[in-house]
Ligand binder design. Structure first.
Ligand SMILES: *Cc1c(COP(=O)(O)O)cnc(C)c1O
Length: 424
């Protein structure tokens, strides 16, 4: 397609192993395999582990992986060197930063006992926050997106605002700076989950004044299934915030083997146990695929491309919306849109799940997120993620053409597309 031929970012796609004939619109769930990863993992296995054995902790830089990969991720989210570490899962890191933030609040404001989040936030974020609240006899309050500013305006009791920058379900992108300022205004701390932002949309953590952030390695960062996540603490907090999972890798001097815990100076105190070296190596390959865009304009250029991709998909679906009973529910305003497009099937009963399955059978991979009765109810969502690194304009076109076939033929009514698998 001509748009692809003229696109200066098009060569970035060559960094990936992409199966022939597949239009992959699920990089917001699991990113694709970087070509560099198999060779890198083979080297870590055979040479570093097989031949060098324990010497590799020093010689191959294994011990530095959390900080080294963290520094690379920092460049994508507007953080400085030494401010990010790669470690554990997003869920675990969220617990650490929630607890650290709660500790900071408690010292000077014991009457603040509410964590505010969005009802449509990713469930693990809510489960972890609920757990923290249970431990402290605090309360988790779930608010509708539109009601957040009003809730913060009367936020004398709010200790922490916990939001995912780009909502996994609605595709809504919060104003990170504005919401952080609103949280600070009422005396709360702001924690951001960047799971659907890192590698997809520009983030400037330092500029926005946020307090803590976490994010995911296996989505737009292409770090591989179950890749380590990351954690950022604002420099003003990093040196004195305490996180509860005080393992030896977060100690000021792990190899002193002292019986008392003494946290490392900066964000390294958010480490807990030994890094998963194989997964870290794969994650580094994934992060490198995003950094490869730096000479081409970096996240800003990727964002422009992402908006054109999601904009084109939205416009093409809009043309047929009435005939297909499919409605675009992700934001149309570019400044509120992440890198995904969400559709709702408005027919009685809704066949969202089966439509996604029928599309997958035709080589267009998106996913399905089940609705929730509410009130107010959240509809079932057909979700399509557009990684600006490897999705082409021709893919947008092909995806909608195949969607047209699925809708016109009512293929989704077939029994085999309606059977739910464990992972949707
Ligand atoms: C994907 C995602 C997670 C995943 O957490 P894990 O601990 O890696 O399973 C958490 N939060 C959000 C918002 C996500 O999108």
């Amino acid at each position: 397609m001509e748009l692809d031929a003229r696109d200066p970012l098009a060569p970035l796609r060559e960094q990936f192993e992409l199966p022939e004939g597949i239009v992959y619109l699920d990089g917001n769930s699991l990113g694709v395999l970087p070509k560099a990863a198999p060779a890198r993992l083979a080297r870590v296995l055979r040479q570093e582990w097989g031949a060098q054995l324990i010497r590799s902790w020093n010689a191959a830089g294994w011990l530095d992986l959390p900080a080294r990969v963290g520094d690379k991720i920092a460049r994508l989210i507007g953080a400085g060197p030494g401010e990010v570490v790669a470690a554990d899962s997003t869920s675990v890191n969220l617990y650490k930063v929630l607890s650290a933030a709660a500790g900071l609040q408690r010292s000077d404001a014991p009457e603040r006992r509410v964590v505010v989040s969005e009802r449509t936030n990713f469930p693990t974020d809510l489960y972890v926050a609920a757990s923290l609240c249970r431990e402290r006899d605090w309360r988790l309050e779930l608010v509708e997106t539109a009601d957040l500013p009003a809730r913060l305006a009367r936020g004398d009791d709010v200790a922490i605002l916990l939001l995912t920058h780009v909502n996994y379900r609605t595709g809504w992108m919060h104003d990170l700076a504005g919401m952080t300022a609103a949280a600070h205004e009422c005396g709360a701390l702001a924690i951001w989950d960047l799971a659907h932002s890192a590698g997809a949309v520009p983030v400037d953590l330092r500029e926005t004044g946020a307090d803590f952030a976490v994010g995911c390695g296996y989505k737009y960062l292409n770090g591989g299934p179950g890749a380590p996540a990351f954690v950022w603490a604002a420099p003003r907090h990093a040196a004195h915030a305490r996180q509860p999972l005080s393992g030896w890798m977060g100690h000021a001097a792990p190899f002193r083997f002292a019986p008392e815990y003494e946290p490392a100076d900066g964000v390294a105190r958010f480490l807990c146990g030994t890094p998963p070296v194989l997964s870290m190596a794969a994650l580094e390959c994934g992060v490198d695929t995003v950094l490869a865009a730096e000479p081409l304009g970096g996240m800003k250029a990727l964002r422009a491309r992402s908006l054109r991709l999601t904009g084109a998909f939205t416009a093409l679906v809009d043309r047929h919306a009435a005939a297909w009973a499919l409605r675009v529910v992700s934001p149309r305003e570019p400044e509120r849109r992440g890198s995904q497009v969400c559709l709702v099937h408005d027919a009685p009963g809704g066949h969202g799940y089966a439509i996604v399955q029928a599309l997958i059978a035709r080589g267009v991979v998106g996913d399905f997120r089940a609705g929730e009765p509410g009130p107010p109810p959240c509809p079932d969502i057909l979700r399509f993620g557009f990684s600006p690194l490897y999705t082409r304009f021709v893919d947008v076109w092909d995806a909608v053409e195949r969607l047209a076939v699925v809708m016109a033929s009512r293929e989704y009514e077939r029994e085999r597309f309606r059977r739910r698998a464990a992972v949707t």
